[in-house]
Design a binder for this molecule. Structure first.
Ligand code: HEM
Length: 441
């Protein structure tokens, strides 16, 4: 019997997402009512709870999908089911350890990894086990790798490297020099994102080629060009994370050119795939296709925003405002999450061909998702523009007065955020229910 552990990863991913959006909603309510739950869980705690949970959603769903594709779709014999089991339990237990670390205030880490740095050791071990299992499974079994195998393998290897790099600050040598410390830290965060993008974008190409039933697509020159562009971006495209540091301007320009081109190529791959998709194939996977097309629209919207705020004169005013938050949430929700939902729906179609992926909750959920995310994103941008205007142009009044003047925008963020939470629940619940049903059987 095939292992059910890939489904465990996917179920945990959805639970992390549901927890994450609940924390996010509470955090956005604290914009409007700063005293709300402040005594028990202030914004400074809610934020890491939210960010860690939603990043876990991305990582766990990408990992679970890759295991699922190898075992259930490609029907490969995993090198070791034991390693898979160990990987799952290490991630599940470290997830718990992170929450406890936040609860008890053991938050000596930094930024996206605010938890105690010692917890990173088992996380790294989990990735190493994943890497061994992945390469050992594929090395002999598959020759002439399609692009997605390269992307997943690269994502795993670079994830191990950059998660380690994100923690070199524990050594005195890095901490004693501010510029060295900040450069390495922010570079590693940029590349960490690049590593998970390798996993997620690889998944998008996998799902597209499987839905279309066209293996050539995953071996074409365009997708390999996209892979090398992504790799360059992963290694050198972190310059926008280090804007505030004195680095050569040309490094930023090259990094930006690469990351913008990467998005343009991905958007065109998805667009051309949809155009050439036979109707019958589309009808077999209607919702997986729609989610993938939504990702395409969100790539374009985020591209416009990124092109604008990559202009150094504009970036100076947007840094540290909600415009940055709009960029990170616009990409992680609009692009990563839609691609991952597309993958989960494709997986459900494989697991249970009678499951109705075109059901009301999923169809309406996607519509509500796109509408609310658009207005949520616009509200974040408005908050960013207003704050920037106050900081650099009007320079009038106290911080608290500026916060009061932002109240309408904060209310809008909360209202559209609530809509987004409802949409994500409408999409996640039926998928989670089906995974749990399959796990129990
Ligand atoms: C799939 C769902 C989501 C993902 C992937 C996601 C991702 C993120 C990320 C990456 C950040 C860090 C931003 C940065 O450091 O620049 C963030 C912050 C935040 N998110 Fe989300 N988010 C999601 C859903 C939500 C929802 C539904 C809400 C509210 C209803 C929300 C509210 C917030 C708030 C209030 C912050 C803190 C912003 C600040 O520092 O002022 N998020 N989110």
């Amino acid at each position: 019997m095939k292992t059910k552990l890939p489904l465990y990863f996917l179920a945990f991913a959805l639970i992390s997402l549901l927890l994450g959006i609940t924390f996010g909603l509470c955090a956005s309510l604290q914009y409007v009512f700063p005293e709300f739950l402040k005594e028990y869980i202030p914004f400074s705690k809610l934020r890491p709870f939210h960010v860690t949970s939603v990043i876990s959603w991305i990582i766990l769903s990408a990992t679970g999908s890759i295991y699922f594709f190898l075992v259930y779709v490609e029907r490969l014999k995993l090198y070791s089911d034991r390693l898979l089991k160990a990987h799952f339990w290490i991630f599940a237990l470290t997830g718990l350890a992170i929450y406890i670390s936040y609860l008890v205030g053991y938050t000596e880490g930094r930024e996206y990894f605010a938890f105690g740095p010692v917890i990173m050791i088992p996380i790294l071990l989990g990735w190493v086990l994943f890497g061994i299992n992945y390469f050992k499974t594929l090395r002999k079994a598959v020759s002439g790798w399609p692009v997605y195998y390269w992307m997943w393998g690269t994502g795993i290897v670079f994830m191990i490297y950059h998660l380690t790099e994100a923690h070199v600050w524990v050594f005195e040598y890095f901490r004693e020099n501010f510029i060295r410390d900040m450069s390495v830290q922010w570079k590693s965060y940029g590349s960490f994102t690049g590593s998970w993008n390798m996993l997620v974008y690889g998944i998008s190409i996998y799902v597209m080629s499987k839905i279309k039933g066209d293996q050539k697509m995953a071996k074409s020159k365009t997708v390999f060009f996209f892979y090398f562009l992504g790799l360059t971006n992963l290694m050198f495209g972190w310059a926008h994370h280090t804007y505030f540091l004195p680095i050569q301007p040309w490094i930023r320009y090259v990094a930006y050119a690469v990351s913008m081109t990467e998005w343009i190529v991905l958007a065109s791959i998805i667009y051309n795939w949809k155009r050439s998709l036979p109707k019958v194939k589309l009808e077999n996977h209607p919702m997986a296709t729609r989610f993938m097309m939504s990702a395409d629209v969100w790539i374009l919207l985020n591209l416009i925003l990124a092109i604008l705020f990559s202009i150094p004169a504009i970036n100076f005013f947007t840094h540290g405002t909600h415009i940055t938050v709009a960029h990170s949430m616009g990409t992680t929700i609009g692009i990563n999450t839609t691609i991952l939902f597309s993958a989960l729906l494709f997986i459900l179609g494989k697991l249970n061909p009678t499951f109705n992926t075109n059901q009301f909750s999923l169809r309406r959920g996607l519509q509500l998702f796109n509408i609310t995310l658009f207005f949520f994103w616009c509200s974040l941008l408005t908050a960013g523009i207003k704050k920037s205007y106050w900081m650099y142009f009007s320079k009038k009044g106290l911080f608290s007065e500026m916060q009061d003047a932002m109240m309408t925008v904060y209310i809008l963020i909360f209202v559209f955020g609530t809509g987004l939470v409802i949409a994500l629940c409408m999409i996640s619940f039926p998928i989670l229910k089906e995974f749990l049903r399959k796990i129990k059987r």
